[in-house]
Design a protein around this ligand. Structure first.
Ligand code: ADP
Ligand code: MG
Length: 585
């Protein structure tokens, strides 16, 4: 075939595919336009997950009647005038591509009015062809309606997921923008109901409450701004992070904004991970809203088709600022993190020097202990490997004889080669985890009815996830039914749940079903949540039968020596070590 220039109507559709992938990408572009127009109220309505209908209304600056057609022309924008402007972009949009791209694959109506105009003007465009332009009664601002997205693009339509999934993507997006712009009132509704709204009061905590629930919002810590050095006056980090008591099963509760733009950026995620080291267990994630503000020249936003990624001119500087600010906030508010460990096992050396720990942990401790955060020097982060779960082959435990319970937390037991101290919570976590995973894989879940149903409040995101994963949730043993607005009744829980608050476990499982949850199969993720909340706690008195049963169940585990988070389940005091300590040899 000869090489030919594609006709403009063809090329516009090809490029459109890059920007307009699914309803959420349409919503993203239109909401960004509303924010660029300085709107303080943005309301979004979608039907059929946005595939049939998307309507976005704002009270922003509007478009002058004479310019409305230009908004539909490719590469026409009011936000850049020359190439130099690309070097310092302070608006969310800048390419002038969104409206024409959307209009090329749907039927768009745009009604707009500037504050000083007498009336509004409306334009109807169907797959790029202008159908009509007439004046309209309208209040100041802009209303864009997008109907029948990809109607004539079956290949693209095929990639759309279920209504619930597409709705949930839109919702996640609106929630993020609400977190980034607490002064803007956001509303999102579907044909069924309103699914999210933020008050627009300017108070981030109120937005967090709307997005993640009141309890989480109340616990959040303000990121202290003072912690940055003076030389970084041009770089600021603000927002809120959760204390270590507010942990989640996945990363989706972490949001990063750079100059008001929601971004995916590995360095920022990593900076927060580092800041939380020692505060959270392996595979648990914080709730965090992190705003980075820096000079527009120091960040390149023109690197990704959907503008979702950014590149920093000095990545280390941004990384350091985020990590320091988050770390300082955490250490200021919780000087004694829950995971504080004695440093003793680290100092262990084979020769048994004076510094050798009393309790050698070999061969069962396969992981290094969590670093101990030091309140005075939050910057010095020991470069340690966090808890790891090495793919160890099944390591059989000897048969253990239980001696008794120590501090209602540890089980003392005797084996063929000395003594063992078992952490009852960690050990039970391992047992529950392996059992749940096995049950899930063989689809033999047992449910256990609760004497009284427990009511649980879900945040909008969790509600969406419940809609999507209802069957899986039932499969793992949860009996749940809707009760009131955002409220559900939990009637049964997985039989493996010995303790813990059923509502909390249910919410955690939902979170673990979120796409951002990692790469494990959902069985694995559900098992983590159930084990984490369902295992018996430290401080609980156990009968001798219970202890023997626990030791026996641990013997049967594939990886008995660590809990699912990688902490040791037990320490071993070998006969030879005992002999050495007592000077017997
Ligand atoms: P870009 O945002 O990159 O400039 P768009 O195609 O998204 O490109 O929009 C084109 C132009 O239309 C914008 O530059 C802006 O002037 C105008 N516009 C779009 N949406 C709105 C809105 N909601 N309020 C005011 N002006 C708008
Ligand atoms: Mg735009």
């Amino acid at each position: 075939m000869p090489i030919r220039l594609l006709a403009p109507e063809v090329s516009s559709k090809i490029a459109a595919g890059e920007v307009v992938e699914r309803p959420a990408s349409v919503v993203k572009e239109l909401v960004e336009n509303s924010l660029d127009a300085d709107a303080t109220e943005i309301s979004v309505e979608i039907k059929a997950g946005g595939a049939e209908y998307i309507r976005i209304a704002d009270n922003g600056c509007g478009i002058a009647a004479g310019e409305i057609e230009s908004a539909f022309q490719r590469f026409s924008t009011s936000k850049l005038s020359d190439a130099d402007d690309l070097e310092s972009i302070s608006t969310l949009g800048f390419r002038g591509e969104a409206i024409p791209s959307i209009a090329a694959v749907s039927r768009v109506s745009l009604v707009t009015r500037t504050p000083d105009a007498q009336s509004g003007v409306g334009l109807e465009v169907d797959e790029g062809t202008v159908l009509s332009k007439e004046s309209h009664a309208a209040s100041p601002g802009t209303v864009v309606t997008v109907r029948q997205l990809f109607k004539n693009f079956p290949a693209r339509r095929k990639f759309l997921r279920t209504t619930a999934t597409e709705t949930s993507r839109v919702q996640s997006l609106i929630t993020r923008y609400a977190l980034a712009y607490p002064s803007v009132r956001f509303q999102l509704s579907t044909e069924r109901s309103e699914v999210f709204s933020s008050p627009g009061s300017g108070d981030l905590r109120e937005v967090i409450s709307a997005a993640y629930g009141l309890e989480t919002a109340q616990a959040m810590l303000d990121l202290s701004a003072e912690s940055l050095e003076e030389e970084d006056a041009e770089l600021s980090v603000s927002g809120m992070v959760g204390p270590s008591s507010v942990d989640r099963a996945n990363r989706s509760y972490m949001s990063f904004f750079v100059n008001g733009r929601w971004v995916q950026n590995r360095a920022l995620g990593y900076a927060v991970d580092q800041a939380y080291r020692g505060f959270l267990m392996e595979r648990r994630f914080p709730v965090a809203v992190v705003n980075v503000h820096l000079s527009p020249q120091d960040v390149d936003v023109n690197v990704h088709p959907a503008k979702a990624e950014v590149r920093f001119r000095q990545e280390n500087r941004v990384f350091g600022a985020v990590q320091k600010t988050v770390r300082r906030t955490l250490t200021d508010h919780s000087p004694v993190p829950e995971m504080r460990h004695s440093a003793a096992p680290q100092a262990h050396s084979a020769t048994g020097s004076a510094n050798a720990p009393f309790w050698p942990t070999a061969p069962f401790a396969t992981s290094s202990p969590a670093p101990v955060p030091h309140p005075e020097s939050p910057e010095t982060l020991p470069d340690q490997t966090p808890y790891v779960n090495p793919p160890v082959p099944k390591q059989a435990l000897p048969v253990l004889r239980v001696l008794g319970q120590v501090q209602y937390t540890y089980i003392a037991a005797e084996g063929p080669d000395g003594m063992y101290l078992i952490d009852q919570h960690a050990a039970h976590e391992r047992i529950v985890f392996e059992k749940v995973r096995a049950d899930a894989r063989s689809r033999t879940f047992e449910a256990q009815s609760l004497l009284e149903p427990v009511s649980v409040e879900l945040n909008p995101r969790q509600e969406q996830l419940f809609g999507v994963h209802q069957e899986l949730i039932a499969q793992v043993g949860f009996g749940v039914e809707p009760f009131g607005p955002q409220t559900y009744l939990v009637r049964s829980v997985p039989a493996q749940v010995a303790e813990g608050e059923p509502g909390q476990i249910f919410r955690d499982i939902l979170d673990s079903m979120d796409e951002g949850g990692g790469f494990e199969a959902w069985e694995e993720r559900a098992a983590y949540s159930i084990a984490c909340h369902g295992a018996i706690r430290a401080g609980k008195s156990l009968s001798r039968e219970e202890m023997s049963e626990l030791a026996r169940a641990l013997e049967e585990c594939d990886q008995p020596n660590t809990c699912p988070h990688g902490r040791p389940t037990m320490i071993h005091l070998s006969s030879s070590h005992l002999e050495r300590e007592f000077g017997r040899r």
